[in-house]
Design a protein around this ligand. Sequence first.
Ligand code: CO
Ligand code: CO
Length: 328
Amino acid sequence: MGPAPLAHVLRPLTETFSADKHPELLVGLGLSDDAAVYRLNGTQAIIQTADFFAPVVDDPYAFGAIAAANAMSDVYAMGGQVLLALNIAGFPEDLPLDIVQEVFQGGADKVTEAGGVIAGGHTIQDEEPKYGLSVAGVVHPDKIVTKSHARAGDQLILTKPLGIGIITTALRNGAAKREHIDTAVDVMMTLNRAAAEAMQATGVHAATDITGYGLLGHGLEMAQNSGVGLRIIAEDLPLLPGTREYAMAGHVPGGTSRNDEHVAPHIQNYLDLDETIRLIGLDPQTSGGLLIAVAPDHTEMLLSELDERGVAAWRIGEVVSGRDVEVV
Ligand code: CO
Ligand code: CO
């Protein structure tokens, strides 16, 4: 579902639940963010999120692990730690039980790696398999990282390469090379946990994880929530191997045109952009990296905190005064 329709669905919620009646809800009813955050006391706030989807890869174990990494990513985007999770699943009646078990095992192993626990869940019969998690995390109420505090001058850091949607589409079309699929699967299975820890060790202004709306969609949301603009350097964007060739061969996910409709009016010089760069910027990511806005005098520290934890990271631009996103 694209950003605009979702906002329409959620509007009645903000009419039913007014923010002033729920002062402990620190994130949720106002500007949209990666997850809801609810303050329990002066030192603890819980982060709550849920995400599930249909298989993006053939291997059931990898699908489970990717879906879990993706669901937990919203906790990490807020700077939190994962506590516990519940499975949300739908499977066709005739799907062999060992395949179902592999999906759950992939999810369970990822939650274990995250230091959390799966404490149950709910499964229904569904024509198409679906899997994901509802996740609860924790963060100090003064250390919540949202999308809404990026400042002009901040540097933009991205922690995973782009092209996941393009490569999984090439996979579905039977056109992707094994080595390209394997790299993309590795990236999708990688938790954003270490990136979140590096972010908290440094102190940053804003962050979000890059998922269905692509780099430009999520970047735009950060810009709009923060009341600033973003300048992204096209040639500095990190790409998964194979991304360019599959994009140029037309392996473009369905979500790209939806993202295009929403994002295009807010991208300066949009029509001058190279077609491949546009497709990459709009490419819906599954379990993508964190986009972090960090003060210029903290950028080197963040990059070294990321590096110490084995997290790859790229500088992809900066926050500017004004509005919208410019790709140069
Ligand atoms: Co998110
Ligand atoms: Co999400």
